[in-house]
Design a protein around this ligand. Structure first.
Ligand SMILES: Nc1ncnc2c1ncn2[C@@H]1O[C@H](COP(=O)(O)OP(=O)(O)OP(=O)(O)O)[C@@H](O)[C@H]1O
Ligand SMILES: [Mg+2]
Length: 200
C-alpha cells in the first residue's frame, strides 16, 4: 500500500491470519505502518494497493461499505478518548473517577455496536497514566472477550497480555508471535522491552 502513486510503500509483503476472538497487540516505531495497517483493514485507504483482505472468508473489497463497516469498530489515533477537555465536558463537577468513566465509555461503545466483531484501538490510551491504561486493557479483555481486538500501542505494557504481538518495521511485519515467543527469540521485540522503561 502507498499513500500516493509517487510515494514509497507504507505497507509491503503483509501476510497475516488473525483468528476470531484473538487479542493482537501491534508495536513498532513511529512511521512503521501500524495505523496504515488499521486503515487498509477499514478500507480507509484502498487506492495504490494490491493483495486482498478477507473477513470470514469474504474479500472486503466486495463488501459494500454498509456491509462491513458496522462489523468493525475503530478508535482512531487522533481521538484522545479521555483527555483533559473531554473529561471536563463529560464530568464538569469531577464527580466520577476515571475508572468509572472508562467503563461507561467502553460499555456505551459496545451497546452501540454489539454486532461489531473486530475492534481496533489505535493508541486509544496513549494519554492516560499506566494504572488507568491497565484497567482499560483489563476491561477490554473482559467486555470484548468474543471480539477480535487489535491494539496499537507505544507503551509495551498495554499489549503485553495480548494473545499475539505484531512488531511492525518499515511497512512490514518484522516479528509475530506470543509475547513469550518473541521474548525468547531475543529479536526486535525483546530489544524494545530491554530498552524501554518497561516494568519500572
Ligand atoms: N496520509 C498520508 N500521506 C502520506 N504518507 C503517509 C500518510 N499517513 C502515513 N504516511 C506515511 O506512511 C508510513 C506509515 O505511517 P503510519 O501512520 O502507518 O505509521 P505508524 O506506525 O502508525 O506511526 P506512529 O507510531 O507515529 O503512529 C510513514 O512513512 C508515514 O509518513
Ligand atoms: Mg499511528
Amino acid at each position: 500500500m502507498k499513500y500516493g502513486a509517487d510515494l514509497g510503500y507504507a505497507l509491503k509483503n503483509i501476510n497475516l491470519t488473525i483468528n476470531p476472538g484473538e487479542k493482537i497487540g501491534i508495536v513498532g516505531r513511529t512511521g512503521a505502518g501500524k495505523s496504515s495497517l488499521a486503515k487498509v483493514l477499514f478500507r480507509l485507504v484502498h487506492e495504490n494497493t494490491s493483495g486482498s483482505i478477507l473477513i470470514d472468508g469474504q474479500d472486503i473489497s466486495e463488501f459494500g461499505v454498509g456491509d462491513y463497516r458496522p462489523r468493525l469498530g475503530m478508535i482512531p489515533q487522533e481521538s484522545t478518548m479521555l483527555d483533559g477537555s473531554i473529561r471536563h465536558n463529560l464530568d464538569p463537577l469531577n464527580q466520577f473517577d476515571i475508572e468509572q468513566m472508562w467503563a461507561s465509555l467502553i460499555k456505551c461503545n459496545m451497546a452501540k455496536s454489539l454486532s461489531r466483531k473486530i475492534i481496533v484501538l489505535d493508541e486509544a490510551t496513549a494519554n492516560v497514566d499506566l494504572e488507568t491504561d491497565k484497567m482499560v486493557q483489563e476491561l477490554i479483555r473482559k467486555e470484548f472477550s468474543d471480539c477480535t481486538v487489535l491494539t496499537i500501542a507505544h507503551r509495551l505494557e498495554t499489549i503485553m497480555k495480548s494473545d499475539r504481538i505484531i512488531v511492525m518495521d518499515k511497512g512490514t511485519i518484522a516479528e509475530i508471535g506470543t509475547p513469550e515467543e518473541l521474548l525468547a527469540k531475543d529479536g526486535m521485540f525483546a530489544q524494545l522491552v530491554k530498552t524501554s522503561d518497561f516494568g519500572q
